[in-house]
Design a protein around this ligand. Structure first.
Ligand SMILES: [Zn+2]
Ligand SMILES: [Zn+2]
Length: 261
């Protein structure tokens, strides 16, 4: 079932991309006549079109600009009770912990991500900041392995909802660990989950041959290089793992872009 859904959504994305392409062809002809400068959307790589939760995705040939309202497309105990996606929850969460809700609620955000179109390794490997370090396919930000400056995540894990996300004090919903709605409903355990700010892609906790990936198989930045279905020529990519640091280790592999709110 899940695979079928994913295939259908792939078809939908392909159909959408083709429509955008046709429309844009029409637009660019008009632009030549009227000499109006517009953002060229045709060169947004197809892989970025997988970010279905974004409100817009554009590129200027150097950066990919992704806007999000950060409203998860799945049920959560953190939506206000008046929201259709609110669902009370009392089961277990990541790592088998019993869910213990934090006092925050999901609030719509203004997230503007600026990510390098052509990611490059940067030997400085800058540390990841607190707050958004990347974006998931459903428009939800990724956070790193810390709850605060030098504070481990361990006490926060109980507050992850049934899909392993939670909001912080200002209502910004985010994932520190495997986004379970993406790995089990929208994609698969080995599928693309999103991107970090340095432009390198993030994959789920398994490889395409269903091998489970653990941190010990990855480098200090929590990634490695090989071909994936989205990048047949091979690319450096991060993986979510069930063991700490879950998504990123000692910093960005490449040069990070920015995120503003
Ligand atoms: Zn958090
Ligand atoms: Zn891999």
């Amino acid at each position: 079932m899940n695979k079928m859904k994913f295939k259908n959504s792939k078809l939908a994305i392909a159909a959408f991309a083709f429509t955008v392409f046709v429309i844009t062809l029409g637009c660019s002809k008009k632009d030549v006549i009227s000499t109006v400068t517009t953002t060229d959307n045709t060169s947004v790589p197809a892989v970025y079109q997988k970010i279905y939760g974004a409100t817009s995705i554009t590129t200027d040939g150097t950066w990919v600009y992704i806007k999000t309202k950060d409203l998860p497309d799945h049920k959560s105990a953190y939506y206000p009770a008046s929201n259709a996606l609110y669902e009370a929850y009392s089961g277990t969460t990541f790592g088998g912990h019993v869910f213990n809700k934090n006092p925050n609620s999901i609030i719509e955000q203004t997230g503007n991500f600026k990510i390098p179109l052509n990611p490059k390794v940067n030997a400085a490997h800058a540390a990841t900041p607190l707050g958004p370090i990347g974006i998931a396919l459903n428009g939800v930000p990724f956070f790193n392995q810390y709850a605060g400056p030098s504070q481990p995540l361990s006490n926060e894990i109980v507050s992850f909802d049934k899909y392993y996300g939670h909001p912080q004090q200002s209502g910004m919903y985010h994932y520190h660990v495997e986004p379970l709605y993406l790995t089990t409903v929208k994609s698969t355990k080995s599928g693309l989950m999103g991107f970090l700010l340095d432009g390198f892609p993030v994959y789920g906790p398994q490889e395409e041959n269903n091998t489970v990936v653990l941190s010990s198989a990855l480098d200090l930045y929590h990634g490695h290089t090989h071909a994936t279905v989205d990048y047949p020529n091979g690319i450096y990519h991060y993986h979510f793992t069930s063991d700490a640091p879950y998504l990123n280790g000692n910093g960005f592999y490449g040069t990070a872009g920015t995120v503003t709110q």
